[in-house]
Design a protein around this ligand. Structure first.
Ligand code: NAD
Length: 307
């Protein structure tokens, strides 16, 4: 049985898996339907990241596929209804990169509060400028978490360890008791989270309900010094609204790991703003998480294919 991997794996293929299956690694095949079709007859499993659009057209190219493995967690690039109709199982690496994303957000918050790389540049230039290298403490600041699932919970717990207050919005959260009682997270409305927070971090999946969840109304109630962090999906924040908010309020700041279009166009206006940090969708990508995600996905594919 053959397994086709059409995006980068970013780690070694587990030996136990390659000894059991014929694995075809074509990391740039992605949305090349005709090439996928020609590899198709024996393909029982397809492995993707977030760039491949798994829709009816792609499924039609793979008549024998039984399982789609998603190297990661967001399923917004996969037409789940079409997969269900074709009885194709979709497996995702739930929780496997959550520590990495939570640590990225903490790193971003520290980067904003203490800007060590800018201090390093100043100091290397020969200046000993203690006043302009003065940052902010996190202790006592408020972090707003929108979506308190695997990532949001890990982030909330880490932020509490730094002495931050944590307010959160998630109308569907299952274990709110643990977060409220054990970790002192204050669950409230979306508007309150936006109004009260010094740092606001988004951790909901992209669905029709969360598309542009953060737009003009939410941005307009945020503090004049608010920092908004998006590691979730670009479509959750209305980028045009965010752009004008950052242009009009230079004290506001954004850390954007994900964008509405990835990669963004060369003339991306966010590149020109001093009050943003931009990264190329790497919050969940570390050496540890890549290995964990791959192991998890290949185990699940093996379970499906071996019945
Ligand atoms: P999760 O499913 O564990 O948690 C999502 C949470 O969002 C749930 O608690 C759910 O109740 C909540 N939610 C759903 N709809 C909501 C709404 N309308 N309003 C408020 N809350 C809502 O998912 P997770 O593992 O925490 O991941 C969250 C998202 O992060 C993923 O869907 C993915 O898009 C993104 N992600 C990005 C990276 C990266 O590298 N940048 C890596 C991993 C995940």
């Amino acid at each position: 049985m053959a397994v086709l991997i059409v995006e980068d794996l970013w780690c070694e293929l587990p030996d136990w898996f390659s000894s059991r299956y014929q694995v075809i690694q074509e990391p740039s095949l992605c949305n090349e339907l005709e090439k996928i079709r020609s590899a198709a007859p024996g393909i029982r499993a397809l492995v993707v990241r977030n760039r491949t659009r798994v829709d009816r057209d792609l499924l039609n190219c793979l008549p024998n596929v039984k399982v789609i493995g998603r190297l990661g967690i967001g399923l917004d690039n996969i037409d789940l209804k079409a997969c269900r109709e074709r009885e194709v199982v979709v497996v995702a690496a739930k929780g496997c990169n959550a520590n990495s994303v939570a640590e990225y957000v903490i790193a971003g918050i520290f980067q904003h509060a203490r800007f060590l790389s800018a201090c390093d540049t100043l100091t290397r230039s020969g200046l000993w400028d203690r006043k302009n290298c003065m940052g902010h403490e996190l202790h006592g600041k408020t972090l707003g978490v929108i979506g308190v699932g695997d990532i949001g919970q890990r982030l909330a717990i880490r932020a509490r360890a730094f002495g931050m207050n944590v307010v959160a919005y998630d109308p569907y959260i299952a274990n709110s008791h643990m977060l409220v009682q054990d970790f002192g997270v204050d669950l409230t409305s979306l508007e309150d989270v936006c109004r009260m927070s010094d740092y606001i971090s988004v951790h909901v999946p992209l669905t029709t309900a969360t598309h542009h969840l953060i737009g003009h109304p939410e941005l307009s109630v945020m503090k004049e010094t608010a920092v908004i962090i998006n590691t979730s999906r670009g479509g959750i924040i209305d980028e045009r609204a965010l752009l004008s908010c950052l242009e009009q309020s230079p004290q506001r700041f954004a850390i954007l790991d994900v964008r509405e279009v990835e990669p963004p166009a060369p003339e991306d206006p966010f590149r020109l703003l001093p009050n943003v940090i931009l990264t190329p969708h790497i919050a969940g990508v570390t050496h540890e998480s890549s290995q964990r995600v791959a192991e998890f996905i290949f185990r699940d594919i093996d379970r499906v294919l071996s019945g």
